[in-house]
Design a protein around this ligand. Structure first.
Ligand SMILES: [Zn+2]
Length: 590
């Protein structure tokens, strides 16, 4: 994880924001023994499995596995970036954050702040003007937009004038140059003029509730139907999603993605608050990763006409490749969601959502339309396309399910489809292997089980400082073969030696998200479990086995190559290999 602030500062922030206090602002928790329990805010449940461990300053949910320290909690519950959680908790505890050393960065963030201030003032102005303009109000009324939605999304109206916003903002003391940088002015031959005129205004608000840009729909007369703010230092289109400020608070497990402002608003009004607009036909990597953090599944309700379809599908492959489940909602007769809801009602739209197709099934459907499967050639192309689509599914079990289904539908042996799929899978995996080889041959990747196992060891050491000595004796020198794990191990040992406590909440600062979840789960468990010494022994044996197996594989591979090795080296490697085998033999007896 990138270090934004010095470690001492982060430690101070964690120490000064007691996790029980902070969590209590969001979740009702009750004391049970040493720990606190409540209903988890991150998943739906009826009996409390969300725990807060004051002695370790961490939280952990036994239901959904979310866990971490106070900063992770704020980052998750407020849906803000980690650095913003640090800033919020620094504010709360009145800890002064050091100014960034980078002068350029400091000036830039100050400038972004100013542009956002200008945008915010403009949004207020547009919103106030809406109530003064009968045509604009009538338009929204005809589109059946309720007052509550107008307020929630801060809709507004840009007057039919060349300079009403300009005059308003300059009267508030903002310079023309800055208003132009915010994307609200254009420069004519002699003077500046308002970019948005006679338009219904949609403020684009980010996760942190900041107005970063605008979309404007023409009310009458000539000109493009929609215009949007240009990219500015405050507004980056590829990482913005319209409606995210509202949708991020939805408890739903999936997110609907539409193309335009009006569709997004109509869907919210129909009672589905889990909807954002991407404001483009293809989702970007950044947008996808924002959504991935919020929900495990996204449903696309784009207008999938043949023209835009390929771009849209590329975006969807991207979302799928980072591990989100993707479904496609096809609008009947090419209607947009707004019209569909007006005609058929909210419930009918809900049923459409439930009928949305997984990405791979949608692709299969397109292929079926494209090829004549009664013809041998067409059928081969069709199955080949499907095999490719299935190979892009991340989960192996899902792939099996699709292979079986396709096999049944077309009366083809599942094995032959499987072969095709593995060919495609082989292609993509070969690329990855090749790339990692070029980086370094020493890199190895622990399996999830192994990470889990090591996190258990670390967690037990944190929960039971008296067992640290034993762990040091067993794996303290030369066993751990992953640099990050060595760091983690040393950190715990040093803290226990110096202070007698392990500071689990601070230690997890340097862990990845997955590691942190496993770590906090194990700490929470180690707190409550009795015979930790025995568990630790078992975990250490398991860990050593994995290390020895890896060592054997590596040595065997090196000996296999042999090229460039002299006799001495070969003898040395063979000696090491024999030692590793012997160590593994002893471990297996345990
Ligand atoms: Zn939970």
């Amino acid at each position: 994880m990138a270090k934004y602030y010095p470690e001492e500062v982060i430690e101070e922030i964690i120490e000064k924001n007691d996790i029980v206090d902070v969590v209590s602002d969001y979740v009702k928790i009750k004391r049970k023994g040493k720990d606190y329990f409540g209903l988890c805010p991150f998943h739906n449940e009826k009996t409390p499995s969300f725990s807060v461990v004051p002695s370790k300053q961490i939280y952990y949910c036994f239901g959904c596995g979310k866990g971490g320290n106070v900063l992770n909690f704020i980052s998750s519950i407020e849906n803000v970036e980690y650095i913003d959680a640090i800033r919020m908790m620094a504010d709360r505890a009145a800890v002064a954050l050091p100014e960034s050393n980078d002068r350029g960065e400091r000036e830039r963030s100050g400038y972004i702040k100013k542009l956002i201030e200008i945008n915010t003032e403009a949004a207020r102005f547009f919103h106030a003007k809406l109530n003064e303009n009968q045509d604009a109000l009538t338009y929204l009324k005809n589109r059946k937009i309720k007052d509550s939605i107008i307020t929630r999304f801060g809709l507004g109206y840009a007057p039919d004038s060349w300079d009403s916003l300009l005059k308003h903002l300059t009267s508030k003391g903002y310079a023309e140059r800055d208003i132009m940088s915010a994307g609200l002015l254009k420069k004519g031959k002699a003077s500046y003029y308002d970019s948005f005129r006679n338009r219904i205004m949609f403020p684009i608000i980010d996760m942190r509730n900041r107005v970063i840009g605008f979309g404007g729909r023409i009310l009458s007369g000539e000109g493009p139907k929609y215009i949007n703010s240009p990219e500015t230092p405050a507004y980056n289109k590829s990482r913005s999603l319209y409606g995210i400020n509202v949708a991020k608070n939805s408890k739903a497990e999936r997110m609907l993605i539409v193309e335009g402002y009006m569709d997004c608003i109509a869907i919210h009004q129909a009672g589905f608050s889990n909807c954002v607009a991407s404001l483009g036909t293809a989702l970007t990597r950044k947008q996808a990763s924002i959504l991935k953090k919020l929900v495990p599944e996204v449903i696309i309700a784009y207008d999938m006409d043949p023209a835009g379809r390929n771009a849209a599908l590329r975006g969807l492959d991207l979302v799928a490749s980072i591990g989100c489940d993707v479904r496609i909602l096809e609008m009947p007769e090419g209607k947009d969601p707004d019209d569909y809801i007006k005609l058929n009602g909210n419930d009918a739209f809900g049923r459409l959502i439930d009928k949305s197709l997984p990405l791979v099934e949608y692709k299969a459907k397109l292929l079926r339309d494209k090829y004549n499967i009664n013809d041998v050639n067409g059928r081969r192309k069709y199955l080949n396309g499907i095999a490719k689509a299935i190979s892009q599914v991340n989960n192996a079990i899902d792939r099996e399910v699709y292979i079986d289904r396709i096999a049944k539908v077309h009366g083809i042996p599942a094995e032959s489809i499987k072969d095709e799929v593995s060919k495609h899978l082989g292609e993509s995996e070969a690329v990855i292997v090749d790339r990692s080889r070029r980086l370094t041959t020493a890199i190895h990747i622990e399996t999830d089980n192994e990470i889990k196992n090591f996190m258990s060891i670390a967690a037990i050491m944190c929960a039971r400082p008296e067992l640290v000595e034993y762990a040091v004796r067993e794996i303290g020198s030369g066993i751990i073969d992953n640099e990050r794990f060595v760091e983690l191990f040393t950190d715990i040992v040093q803290r226990v030696e110096n202070k007698g406590v392990s500071d689990a909440a601070i230690i997890m600062e340097n862990l990845s998200e997955r590691e942190r979840e496993l770590f906090s789960s194990e700490v929470a468990f180690a707190e409550t479990s009795a015979d930790m010494r025995k568990t630790l022994e078992e975990k250490i044996v398991q860990y050593k086995k994995a290390v020895m197996n890896r060592r054997i594989m590596k040595l065997t591979a090196e000996l296999d190559k042999r090229t460039g090795l002299d006799e001495d080296e070969i003898t040395r490697l063979q000696g090491e290999l024999a030692q590793a085998f012997e160590a593994l033999r002893i471990l297996k007896k345990k």
